[in-house]
Design a protein around this ligand. Sequence first.
Ligand code: GTP
Ligand code: MG
Length: 149
Amino acid sequence: VEQTYIMVKPDGVQRGLVGEIISRFEKKGFKLTGLKLFQCPKDLAEEHYKDLTSRPFFPKLITYITSGPVVCMAWEGVGVVASARKLIGSTDPLQAEPGTIRGDLAVQTGRNVVHGSDSPENGKREIALWFKEGEVCHWTPALALWISE
Ligand code: GTP
Ligand code: MG
């Protein structure tokens, strides 16, 4: 089954949006398999966003992500990677559709409240990067058969 790494960024935590953001994934029907509040060290932020190293906004991005605690999450489900990206909305919150997390809750790319993995491979890579062995919990939701047949 597909897995994705979702993270409430420091602005989302400071603004009290953690519950709202978790709710959207819960209500959709995905399964939460990992969850923690965490102060991200600089080297981890740099590794997570290593594909963006050469971009002009990279130093600002690292400052942003390490500026306060984040909420790290692993979510599981059929098609969860692409679906979570849809629920999150476009990178620029002003372009994000109403009804999406960024479309409803943010106004600027540099403060776009949440991260979601962009491929199943990166979902696996990022969960392994942000969670230690034993922090990810595999369980059977009692309502599973009411969510997918
Ligand atoms: P993530 O889910 O966080 O990976 O966002 P994304 O996949 O929608 O965008 P991308 O991976 O291209 O960029 C990662 C993050 O870098 C974005 O979510 C923004 O927080 C930040 N970022 C991207 N482009 C810009 C930019 O032009 N300016 C600033 N300040 N930040 C940017
Ligand atoms: Mg990205």
